[in-house]
Design a protein around this ligand. Structure first.
Ligand SMILES: *[C@@H]1O[C@H](CO)[C@@H](O)[C@H](O)[C@H]1NC(C)=O
Ligand SMILES: *[C@@H]1O[C@H](CO)[C@@H](O)[C@H](O)[C@H]1NC(C)=O
Length: 400
């Protein structure tokens, strides 16, 4: 208004004389509008970028992940808090302020011997003992895996997530690995491994036979295996979650360890699915086997036998309980430690996290957990061990 009347009063010459004043009075609102629009566009852009990042950020709680195609399940059960700021804060900011590395403890007491069945680590890794594991052999495991875990420097853990795991298995499994790093600070070797969190073993011994394919099978970790599979068994999530969350009987049931620890005689139906601890089970010594093709008569004869031999039945029950006592959490960490250590020796390349992997630390998991999960996670956190890991039995003398 002012500048417009100034032009009218002064004509062209004034316009030229006062062009600086005129210019600034016209440009100021124009500049403000431009600046405002630019800020608006910038904010819109940031908003879109944040939403885009949020919708691409996969988390151990299961955000932005589909169920495993080989075992579909209902994703609606997960009750995921979808707030963008929480997902981004937990995923990208929670490892920035890491707690100082725990002091490597003095290891005053001598290491105990591991339970004898830890030898099965050698058997489980046997397919790669001669060939070792190349990048390309490892990459084959990708199509069976829900996630990839890379550990570096004994204190950094990176996770690349491909599929959601049923319930909170991924969260508790990653938590277990983080606790292992805490328990043995700086001692866990660099490693790169693929993991499936569903029950059914996938690496069929017939199909991945070295003689047939000319190369070793893809190494894939999961909670159980069978004699017909090359899947590598790893302690399951419930050691950290410790609540009985999954016993649908689809393949293998997590409840075995709870049943055996009760001290009564366990009647175990053809333990076809082997989790890492079931290798310690010896028929008629710490449990009574039940023949699945002959179920009812088999159970009845076992019960009859128990009733007629009460002291022997009791001894079997006690031995089962001892097996579970041997298998304290210390031994569970030791099993993980030795399995990862022996596996890492087989890698013929230097592990590095893929570009799509994100670092996960204890804060990340706690940040993503709901209230109940956080309580369980905190209860199951470890502290540095005062001893080195138990001594792994050698391959020699291993005749299973
Ligand atoms: C493994 O594959 C072979 C050949 O395809 C098949 O006959 C066998 O049933 C499979 N075994 C298991 C345990 O799935
Ligand atoms: C289980 O029962 C079936 C049918 O009676 C029999 O053929 C088989 O040999 C039994 N298996 C064992 C391990 O006893």
């Amino acid at each position: 208004m002012t500048s417009a009347s100034a032009i009218r009063r002064g004509g062209l010459s004034s316009l030229l004389v006062f062009d600086r004043r005129l210019g600034s009075s016209y440009v100021l609102p124009f500049t403000l509008i431009t600046l405002f629009s630019a800020i608006l566009i910038f904010l819109l852009f940031v908003h879109m970028a944040i939403n885009n990042l949020k919708s691409r950020t996969r988390t151990v709680a299961g955000h932005n992940l589909e169920a495993t195609p080989w075992h579909p399940f209902n994703l609606d059960d997960r009750h995921l808090d979808a707030s963008a700021s929480r997902i981004l804060r937990c995923s990208y900011l929670s490892c920035l302020r890491r707690s100082p590395p725990s002091k490597i403890s003095q290891h005053s007491s001598p290491a105990p011997a591991c339970p004898a069945f830890f030898r099965s680590i050698h058997r489980d890794l046997e397919p790669w003992r001669r060939s070792r594991i190349s990048r390309s052999v490892l990459a084959e495991a990708r199509k069976y895996a829900a996630m990839r875990v890379v550990i570096l420097g004994g204190n950094r853990l990176y996770v690349d997530l491909y599929y959601s795991c049923v319930q909170s298995r991924a969260m508790f499994t990653v938590w277990g690995l983080l606790q292992l790093l805490r328990r043995y600070p700086g001692m866990v070797p660099d490693v790169d491994l693929f993991f499936d969190c569903m029950d059914r073993p996938a690496i069929n011994r017939t199909e991945y036979d070295l003689a047939g394919t000319g190369k070793p099978p893809p190494p894939l970790f999961r909670y159980c295996t069978t004699k017909d599979h090359f899947d590598i068994p790893f302690p399951d999530w419930s050691f950290w979650g410790c609540y009985k969350i999954y016993a649908e009987g689809f393949a293998w049931s997590v409840s075995l360890k709870y049943i055996i620890s009760c001290g009564s005689v366990s009647l175990i139906i053809d333990p076809q699915y082997e989790e890492f601890l079931s290798r310690g089970l010896i028929a008629s010594e710490n449990y009574l086997p039940i023949n699945i093709s002959n179920l009812c008569p088999s159970i009845m004869s076992a019960v009859d036998w128990g009733n007629n031999h009460p002291s022997m039945a009791e001894a079997i029950g006690i031995k089962g309980q001892q097996l579970m006592e041997d298998l304290s959490m210390d031994r569970v960490y030791d099993y993980m430690f030795h399995l990862i250590m022996e596996y890492s020796k087989l890698l013929d390349f230097k592990p590095a996290p893929p570009p799509s992997a994100l670092e996960v630390c204890m804060n990340t998991v706690l940040c993503l957990a709901d209230e109940k999960q956080r309580e369980l996670l905190e209860k199951s956190s470890s502290s540095p061990s005062s001893t080195t890991a138990c001594t792994l039995p050698t391959l020699e003398g291993y005749n299973d």
